[in-house]
Design a protein around this ligand. Structure first.
Ligand code: SF4
Length: 60
C-alpha cells in the first residue's frame, strides 16, 4: 500500500495537510511529519497532497 511521504526540503510549513488529514500529518518545527501513514485507510490523503502548495507530499 502506498503511504504519504513529505519532502522536508520542499515543505514550507503551511499546515494545510495537517488540517485535511490530522490523523496522518502533524506539524513539528514548522514542517509536516507523517505520524501515522497507515491511517490512509480511513481518510483521503490524496486530498492532503492536492492541497499542498509546493507538491511536497508524495506516495511511496
Ligand atoms: S501542505 Fe505541503 S507545504 Fe504545507 S505543511 Fe503540508 S507538506 Fe508542508
Amino acid at each position: 500500500m502506498a503511504v504519504p511521504v513529505v519532502d522536508m526540503d520542499l515543505c514550507i510549513g503551511c499546515g494545510s495537510c495537517s488540517e485535511v488529514c490530522p490523523e496522518v500529518f502533524e506539524m513539528r518545527d514548522e514542517k509536516a511529519w507523517v505520524i501515522a501513514p497507515d491511517k490512509c485507510d480511513t481518510c483521503d490523503c490524496q486530498a492532503a497532497a492536492d492541497t499542498c502548495p509546493v507538491e511536497a507530499i508524495k506516495f511511496e
